[in-house]
Design a protein around this ligand. Structure first.
Ligand SMILES: [Zn+2]
Length: 258
């Protein structure tokens, strides 16, 4: 079993990220598996080096140690050639085309294939799509020249031989799209998805990276220990009945029945 912890350096870690780390490390360790760290910084506009450094520091403070990907640090922004290569491979078997539709025009859930036969050439302000009969033509690179989240993640999961993807249930709706891309890219191994509960605010919204009251740094500054922060996140997703001290090294015990 090889799973991954894949934060985006667009903000600091909060309790929601800690909950995900508990599931990732807990399930991996309980199964004798390994954890790969992957910095998902494909969006170069929103990512910041100081967030990357902050995430690494917080993870180390919490005690979650990746088995791979930390040194050297595995970053999507260093893997442009890998995505290019995957795109070239995709062209051999599928209709890959340039699309200049605005986000507004594509507001519907499934892209209608407007640019499929327009024969546009690549250039600034133009994205790249692949024709798919299953759920709308998928965007692989956006109009700003960034590889899309789905494409980068699916290529990485295949190339890095990830066997289990463990993530919040807010991403459940992307499984179909990602499995479709996986088939197009001819992944030979299967992938298991595990979706877990999210920590919600009292009004039912997801935590955001600006959530000061749940940020790892804020809790640390308030005097909580790493084990207390982990215990608080575990309680918030119902893994334990009430907040208690849980060291990172024993999160596997929360999943002994898995
Ligand atoms: Zn288009």
């Amino acid at each position: 079993m090889l799973t991954r912890y894949a934060p985006s350096p667009t903000g600091h870690l909060h309790l929601g990220h800690v909950a995900n780390a508990i599931y990732v490390w807990g399930l991996a360790r309980a199964a004798g598996g390994r954890v790969l760290l992957r910095m998902e910084d494909h969006d170069r506009i929103r990512c910041r080096p100081e967030y990357e450094a902050g995430i690494l520091e917080d993870l180390a403070w919490l005690g979650f140690e990746p088995d791979e990907g930390l040194s050297p640090l595995l970053r999507q922004s260093d893997r442009d050639h890998i995505y290019r290569d995957a795109l070239e491979g995709l062209r051999l078997t599928h209709h890959v085309y340039v699309c200049d539709c605005s986000r507004k025009r594509v507001a519907a859930a499934h892209y209608d294939g407007f640019c499929r036969t327009r024969g546009l050439v690549e250039g600034p302000g133009r994205g790249i799509r692949v024709q798919s009969d299953e759920g709308g033509d998928l965007l692989l690179r956006d109009r700003d020249g960034h590889w899309t989240y789905h494409f980068a993640v699916v290529v990485d999961d295949i190339r890095q031989k990830i066997t289990h993807v463990i993530r919040g249930e807010d991403l459940r709706s992307s499984v179909e799209r990602q499995l479709c891309l996986r088939r197009m890219l001819r992944a030979d191994a299967s992938l298991t998805y595990v979706h877990h509960r999210l920590i919600l605010k009292p009004n039912g919204e997801k935590l955001s990276k600006s959530a000061g009251d749940t940020g790892v740094r804020e809790l640390r500054r308030a005097g909580l220990t790493a084990s207390e922060v982990i215990g608080r996140a575990a309680a918030a997703v119902g893994l334990v009945g009430s907040p208690r001290s849980i060291p990172a090294a024993s999160v596997d015990k929360l999943f002994s029945a898995f």
